[in-house]
Ligand binder design. Structure first.
Ligand code: PMP
Length: 456
């Protein structure tokens, strides 16, 4: 008995020592975060992380520790540092919330920070809202979505993407954001790794962090036309890698990948048995040929879609995921746990919205993107002409440009735009959204130009 008690005392002491060291490590991570901030550096440094990884593996050999366990532990520690260092990061959402607050206080703001179409949903949506009460859609329902809506979505997807999609491959969710949360949280485990190609919409990273999953960032550049290097992806894959996220047409760059490159990424994913989470929410805003991941017929792909952008229905909170029935089952279990089912009246309205012709929405946004891009070319801004989506992701041609400082000052001047750092290590960039009428966008662009000149 004394033996076990002694050993228990010993194990307790080791546990306390580990926790004390964790506290010390977190304090150091915070200090490093402050320094990075002062130096204008981003949070993620893949090269540094890789050096540490190699040293940890060497240590494992020396002390006889299982490498897989060590890597999971290391991923946990690296995530702790990222969380600590990201806590003050400003994103398009933080600017949006600040702008909303200023509006409540009576200030007029031009919203060029969020991807929210200013136009109304199709007229059929209004009619459906009137009808739905009498239709009797007032009760709890199936967590995967209403059978008639899933059937309608199956037919819609089959026709639109020319890929046979039965209703059991569809999960109705309250927006693409929730489908992304479901996919990451229900398919991956703490310590697993996910590959995110940056610049990227911040929710992939934030969802992964929330679930204790390590993000491996693939940095792409304006000079490289926002195309990821396939070798970079290949070398980021290891035994803990479980998923790669794709988002084309891309937010924030508007990029559509060349088909050969997309094919190569899919080959890699299949070869390494990775989930492919393809967020295709901007597919109706593709201004160049674009190929859905659905067309690859890969049973570990999850495609997210939404009515937010295509049908200008952001506030309805309705979207859907397309995947294999096994994956849909896993995602729907978590959905049932979190919210029982998606509001049936809203599902009915979205089902009716499928009948609407939304081609004009794409034309409107395309014209607006072209209009701000024409103006941007005359300013001190560098960018790649977008192939789709609703944004310009521009680099400001100024030394030591601080996008957070600039976007906050610009907000005081009445224009909201998104700082680049919300999308990865892009401190010198800002994202300008084209979701307002052209006159308003022109006014906004003029104020941006004036403010940029002030800075020199
Ligand atoms: N994915 C991307 C790439 C987005 O840009 C957005 C919204 N800006 C979403 C998903 C969220 O979509 P939803 O409103 O359907 O949750």
């Amino acid at each position: 008995m004394t033996d076990i008690n002694n050993l228990r005392d010993k194990i307790d002491k080791i546990t306390f020592d580990i926790l004390k060291l964790l506290k010390e490590r977190n304090d150091v991570a915070k200090e490093i975060g402050n320094l990075k901030n002062n130096l204008g550096m981003g949070v993620t440094d893949e090269e540094r992380e890789n050096q540490l990884r190699v040293r940890v593996l060497t240590l494992c050999k020396e002390i006889g520790l299982d490498e897989k366990t060590a890597m999971i532990m290391l991923n946990f520690l690296l995530n702790e540092s990222v969380k600590i260092q990201s806590s003050n990061k400003q994103t398009h959402l933080s600017i949006f919330l600040k702008a909303k607050k200023m509006e409540q206080d009576g200030k007029k703001i031009i919203h060029m920070e969020v991807g929210e179409p200013d136009f109304l949903p199709p007229k059929i949506v209004k009619d459906a809202l009137f009808e739905v009460y009498d239709m009797g859609y007032t009760k709890y329902g199936d967590s995967k979505g209403m059978p008639e809506f899933r059937d309608a979505l199956g037919k819609y997807v089959t026709e639109k993407f020319q890929v046979k999609t039965p209703s059991q491959n569809i999960l109705v969710s309250p927006g693409a954001r929730f489908s992304i949360f479901l996919a990451i949280s229900s398919l991956l485990n703490p310590g697993n790794e996910i590959i995110v190609i940056e610049p990227a919409w911040p929710a992939y990273r934030d969802n992964a962090l929330n679930s204790g999953i390590k993000i491996r960032t693939i940095h792409t550049t304006l000079e490289g036309k926002w195309e990821p290097n396939i070798k970079d992806i290949e070398s980021a894959i290891n035994q803990n890698t479980k998923m790669i996220v794709l988002n084309y047409p891309n937010n924030p760059t508007g990029k559509i990948l060349p088909v050969e490159l997309q094919d190569q990424i899919m080959d890699l994913a299949v070869k390494n048995d990775l989930y492919v989470l393809s967020d295709e929410i901007y597919s109706t805003y593709a201004y160049k040929p674009w190929k859905s991941i659905l067309t690859y017929g890969y049973n570990k792909s999850i495609i997210t879609q939404s009515f937010s952008k295509s049908h200008a229905m952001t506030g309805f909170r309705i979207g859907y995921a397309i995947s294999s029935p096994e994956i849909i089952e896993k995602m729907s279990k978590l959905q049932a746990l979190a919210l029982t089912n998606v509001s049936e009246p809203i599902q009915y309205v979205a089902m009716k919205a499928l009948e609407a012709d939304t081609t004009n929405n794409a034309i409107t946004i395309k014209n607006r993107v072209e209009s701000i891009s024409k103006k941007a070319k005359t300013m001190q801004l560098d960018f790649v002409e977008p192939d789709g989506a609703m944004y310009l992701f521009v680099k400001v041609r100024q030394d030591n440009f601080d996008s957070v400082d600039f976007t906050n000052k610009l907000l005081d001047a009445g224009v909201a735009i998104a700082p680049g750092e919300g999308f990865g290590n892009y401190q010198g960039f800002v994202r300008i959204s084209a979701c307002q009428p052209e006159d308003t966008l022109n006014q906004g662009m003029q104020i941006i130009e004036d403010r940029l000149k002030c800075k020199q």
